[in-house]
Design a protein around this ligand. Structure first.
Ligand code: HEM
Ligand SMILES: *[C@@H]1O[C@H](CO)[C@@H](O)[C@H](O)[C@H]1NC(C)=O
Ligand SMILES: *[C@@H]1O[C@H](CO)[C@@H](O)[C@H](O)[C@H]1NC(C)=O
Length: 344
């Protein structure tokens, strides 16, 4: 008798604990403890994007690279230390990750307003929300729940293992997304983020010798020229943001499609992809599988649908949890776990 009561109590406790786990995130989480925190984030992101539009794309990438590794726990923000020299941000797969100082500025403003209250992981999520809203002129919009904690573990090997590589085949991409409970459709939806931002030539080097069935030769020539400009320069992910002089020389038929202001977040990625003018192998691979190709066409045809589905997919991304039983905290500085000295 005693045993079964104890067992029932234990089962109930477990149930309550896991229920508490699952319902931790909610809308209005900081309504009482840090009213107006959303405006602080939005004002800082707007200012950062006005000063440098590239920081918007960096913030959109940051949520992906944080949440796919140990869940959304700001583990990607931790700087290496003598005790932990190989944090996630040192991983090769995280090449080019940026906008850390935008997160630092937001955190500093929030610490002043409501000390020890808002997690770095919630800041990463909301900053990505605001960046994607600004870069899309408000077409991408969503309201992510808050209440995440900041993790204490950050390992480069985890980032290498969990993040997809630009050389992946479609089968590898699907498997990678599936391991985080994301569908083929969501793989296609989220890849549309490559409408903005830049990539290093080292991230698509093999594409410079890919056959015309995989990349338009004029675009390949354009990339080859740009990549000869330095040891490992960056080029725009979206051909419409390319340097007009380079386009005039290598790819004149595309000149009329260039845009004056770069980094606009829309469904142009799908048009470029179908036309075989995208940089990464992982982008082109979406055309090689029936279901993925169907979605590429669907989103090329309907930009409004993409805006909506991308918003939803980012909310789902923002809910990826930390591994079971991990310890969390509200960091005071986003680059360092609490209780360690912070050097500037
Ligand atoms: C599907 C698998 C994906 C692969 C293989 C991939 C790969 C890459 C690579 C190689 C770069 C360039 C890095 C560099 O060389 O500097 C990049 C940039 C970028 N990625 Fe992805 N990515 C993927 C999915 C995503 C997702 C899901 C998002 C966000 C929702 C995203 C957002 C971005 C953005 C915005 C940039 C530009 C960053 C900047 O300009 O600072 N990517 N990605
Ligand atoms: C994916 O879903 C399964 C089954 O619901 C769950 O056990 C697993 O933890 C989920 N994975 C992630 C990364 O959320
Ligand atoms: C595009 O998608 C939107 C949003 O789901 C939908 O309301 C609209 O009917 C679609 N347009 C076309 C032409 O299918």
């Amino acid at each position: 008798m005693k045993v079964s009561v104890a067992a029932a109590a234990a089962a109930l406790l477990l149930l309550l604990l896991s229920a508490a786990d699952a319902s931790e995130l909610k809308l209005g989480y900081y309504a009482k403890t840090c009213r107006g925190w959303e405006n602080v984030v939005k004002d800082h992101v707007a200012k950062a994007v006005r000063a440098n539009r590239a920081s918007g794309a960096a913030l959109v990438r940051l949520i992906f690279h944080d949440c796919f590794v140990r869940g959304c726990d700001a583990s990607v923000l931790l700087d290496p230390t003598p005790a932990n020299p190989h944090t996630e941000k040192t991983a090769p797969i995280n090449i080019g990750l940026a906008a850390f100082e935008v997160i630092d500025d937001i955190k500093a403003a929030l610490e002043e307003r409501c000390p020890g209250t808002v997690s770095c992981s919630d800041i990463v999520v909301l900053a990505a929300r605001d960046a994607s809203s600004i870069l899309s002129n408000g077409h991408v919009h969503f309201d992510p729940p808050a209440g995440r904690l900041d993790g204490k573990v950050s390992r480069a090997a985890d980032a290498q293992r969990d993040l997809p590589d630009s050389t992946f085949t479609i089968a590898e991409l699907i498997r990678n997304f599936r391991s985080k409970n994301f569908t083929v459709e969501e793989l296609v939806i989220l890849s549309g983020a490559h409408a903005v931002g830049v990539g290093h030539c080292s991230s698509f080097r093999a594409r410079l010798t890919s056959p015309p069935s995989q990349i338009v030769p004029a675009y390949r020539n354009l990339l080859t020229g740009r990549c000869a400009e330095g040891p490992d320069p960056v080029v725009p992910n979206n051909v419409r943001d390319e340097d007009p002089r380079a386009v005039a020389a290598a790819f004149p038929s595309f000149l009329k499609k260039l845009r004056r202001s770069g980094d606009f977040l829309d469904n142009s990625y799908y048009h470029n992809n179908l036309a075989r003018i995208v940089t990464f192998n992982s982008d082109w691979q979406l055309l090689t599988e029936k279901e993925a190709l169907g979605h590429v066409k669907e989103y090329a045809e309907n930009g409004t649908l993409w805006d909506e589905d991308f918003s939803e997919a980012l909310v789902k991304l923002s809910k990826l949890p930390m591994p079971p039983r991990s310890k969390g905290e509200i960091r005071s500085h986003c680059r360092v776990v609490n209780g360690h000295h912070h050097h500037h």
